[in-house]
Design a protein around this ligand. Structure first.
Ligand SMILES: Cc1ncc(COP(=O)(O)O)c(C=O)c1O
Length: 398
């Protein structure tokens, strides 16, 4: 059966993580994998999440299956978090969600749903997009294409080109949008662009599919999804894949949800039945632990307030690190202007250095980042920022 199988090359980002681990340089810096880190390089369990986990372990009395669509408190709490507690959509009968294994699992179920709705649909992703998007779309058997998004040479959005490309689309098209904290660029759609894209979706009839993996990492929980909520208030149909990996720090618990917005409650029921059926064919039931934890947390006012404060702390730290890094580079008399880093949001930014410079900074300084020069801002700290700025200045002045 497997005689003719050859080994695949390692995932580039996981390869970087492995190379970092093996590097014995005491000054090494990991700016690769997208995981939030504290000042001392740790990814701890949030205190609010720990308390919810404790409640779960004290109260859980069975390991029987949970309901197929997932933990109800989780689904209710997360829909409110994404859509906004007072959103009229919540009582419209048009919204249905299922708990899925992480943001990735949610995306996969969403693309499988699209495949059932229209096997010829074409999915448009931003150029560039999260490295795994295209693989997940293709695994569901859908065609992909790229719409212009980021001008790497000038560190800005390709707004006009993007709108022009989206204006050519129609009802067979799906447009994958990053809800906030665009991965890999950190460059988000402006409120004006959200309005224009919402209007285009209504006019042209393409399906918006929104990937929310970093709600609360950009500005705050509400501002980060303001554009998404405007779009959802206008379009007849949409899909949303939400991940709890980053903002709840539940990476390994594979916690996320897929939400569908349908034109009518009857169609919403049909969409839900297909989402459940697709999940049944792949993994049958969602795991319990992460969803139950978030469900407990979001149903408890005090725990929710504590979590929001912890999330705001992570967000503020990343904003401060952006400013610190820009200042440190500037202090070293580097000609290039890196002030765009301050404007960008969330965990990532593209430094805009060449692949050769990315290699040089790794070989000479043990500073690890993605080949595209995407860095994880949370990997910067007050103890490595001078080293990082020195290295960058030296590489750029060569
Ligand atoms: C844009 C984007 N979508 C989805 C995901 C997947 O998240 P999860 O780990 O929950 O599968 C990520 C993770 O890095 C991401 O950056």
């Amino acid at each position: 059966m497997f005689k003719h199988m050859t080994a695949l090359p390692p995932d580039p980002l996981l390869g970087i993580a492995a190379a970092f681990k093996a590097d014995s340089n005491p000054k090494k810096v990991d700016l690769g994998v997208g995981v939030y880190k504290t000042e001392d390089g740790k990814t701890p369990i949030l205190t609010s999440v720990q308390k919810a986990l404790q409640i779960l372990s004290n109260t859980e009395d069975s390991k029987s299956y949970i309901q197929a669509r997932g933990n109800q408190a989780f689904l209710d709490g997360m829909e409110k978090l994404v859509l906004g507690a007072g959103n009229a959509l919540l009582d419209s009968g048009r919204v249905e969600s299922v708990q899925c294994p992480g943001g990735t699992g949610s995306l996969r179920i969403g693309f499988e749903l699209i495949k059932r709705g229209n096997p010829n649909a074409k999915v448009w992703v931003s150029g560039p997009t999260w490295a795994n998007h295209v693989a997940v779309i293709k695994a569901a058997g859908l065609e992909t294409a790229e719409y212009p998004y980021y001008d790497k040479a000038n560190n800005q959005l390709k707004a006009d080109e993007m709108l022009e490309a989206l204006a050519q689309l129609g009802p067979n098209d799906v447009v994958l949008l990053h809800g906030c904290c665009h991965n890999p660029t950190g460059e988000d759609l402006t409120p004006e662009l959200w309005t224009k894209i919402s209007d285009l979706a209504v006019e042209k009839g393409f399906l918006p599919f929104i990937d929310i993996a970093y709600q609360g990492f950009g500005v705050d929980l509400e501002t980060d999804v303001a554009g998404v909520r405007e779009l959802l208030s206008k379009v007849p149909e949409a899909l949303i894949a939400t991940s709890c990996s980053k903002n709840f720090g539940l990476y390994r618990e594979r916690t996320g949800l897929l939400t569908s917005i349908s034109e009518t409650s009857v169609l919403a029921g049909a969409a839900l039945s297909h989402m459940l059926n697709i999940a049944r064919e792949i993994y049958s039931m969602p795991p319990s632990y992460g969803g139950a934890t978030v469900g407990i947390l979001l149903a408890d006012e005090a725990l929710t307030a504590e979590w929001k404060a912890e999330l705001a702390g992570m967000c503020a730290r990343m904003i401060d690190l952006r400013a610190l890094l820009v200042n440190k580079i500037h202090e070293r008399g580097v000609e290039e202007d890196f002030s765009f880093i301050n404007r960008q949001k969330g965990m990532f930014t593209f430094l805009g250095i060449t692949p050769e410079q990315v290699k040089a900074i790794r070989d000479e300084y043990a500073i690890y980042m993605a080949g595209s020069s995407r860095i994880n801002i949370a990997g910067v700290s007050s103890s490595n920022v001078d080293y990082l700025a020195d290295a960058l200045a030296a590489i750029l002045k060569k």
